[in-house]
Design a protein around this ligand. Structure first.
Ligand code: 13P
Length: 241
């Protein structure tokens, strides 16, 4: 089984959802692939009504506290209440554009773990760190800090090199495989034997999906731009099924 999760980021409208729905339902989905889409909070309910039978609907962020004076935030309990199936945590855009630290990411994961909503923890190195061959060191620190006291339940990890996000650049298939094997090794050190899925994200397109994700070590993809187009999104699933 392979997993294809989309991340719509701050994109989409009710008109776009109508168009996506029409296309998505006209396509035959590959059998051994599971689809999910992380949507902006405001579209969660509508998307769930339309897609929940064929595709898991989740969100892209969560507040770190359970409730209280946190104007503008949405808690893990609220996500559970509104039937979000999963939630991205620590996406590189949250880390780099909103200053989220590993400690905040850790609090968000702990909060989510009190609910039924799955967490997809995103980790990845910057271009500079990649060039300085610090990828493993960075990933180990991110994983250890973000997963402090976090349980193995309802947890998925996505390896997303920051420099590959939205740039059209990707690591080689060999680097993707080796890095994901390394992430799995660190997860084994933290949790012991476990079945945590590890996805790859960063400029995944129908044309490169097979090459990048065919390794058995890679459990699937986290797709940004290409997930806004139903045809491309499903084609990625077909190409890695
Ligand atoms: P792109 O697929 O647009 O590079 O984005 C990847 C991403 O950030 C998914 O979370």
């Amino acid at each position: 089984m392979k997993y294809v999760f989309g991340n719509w980021k701050m994109n989409g409208s009710f008109d776009d959802i109508k168009k996506f729905k029409k296309e998505f339902f006209s396509l035959k989905l590959p059998k051994n692939t599971k689809f999910g889409i992380a949507v902006p909070f405001v579209y969660l309910q509508k998307m769930n009504e339309i897609f929940s039978k064929k595709c898991e609907i989740g969100v892209q962020n969560v507040g770190f506290a359970d409730f209280g004076e946190f104007t503008g935030e949405i808690s893990a309990k609220m996500l559970e209440d509104t039937k979000a199936k999963f939630c991205l945590v620590g996406h590189s855009e949250r880390r780099h554009k909103f200053g989220e630290t590993n400690e905040v990411v850790n609090q968000k994961l702990l909060s989510l773990q009190k609910t039924k909503t799955k967490a997809i923890l995103c980790v990845g190195e910057t271009k500079e760190e990649f060039e300085q061959k610090k990828t493993k060191k960075v990933l180990k620190t991110q994983l250890e800090k973000c997963l402090k006291n976090v349980g193995v339940k309802n947890l998925i990890v996505a390896y997303e090199p920051v420099w590959a996000i939205g740039t059209g650049l990707t690591p080689t298939a060999k680097i993707v495989e080796d890095t994901i094997l390394y992430v799995k090794k660190v997860l084994n050190q933290i949790f012991g034997e476990n079945e945590i899925l590890v996805l790859y994200g960063g400029s995944v397109k129908p044309e490169n999906a097979n090459a990048l994700l065919k390794s058995k070590a890679v459990d699937g993809a986290l797709v940004g731009g290409a997930s806004l187009d139903a045809k491309k999104f499903v084609e990625i699933g077909k190409n890695i099924a």
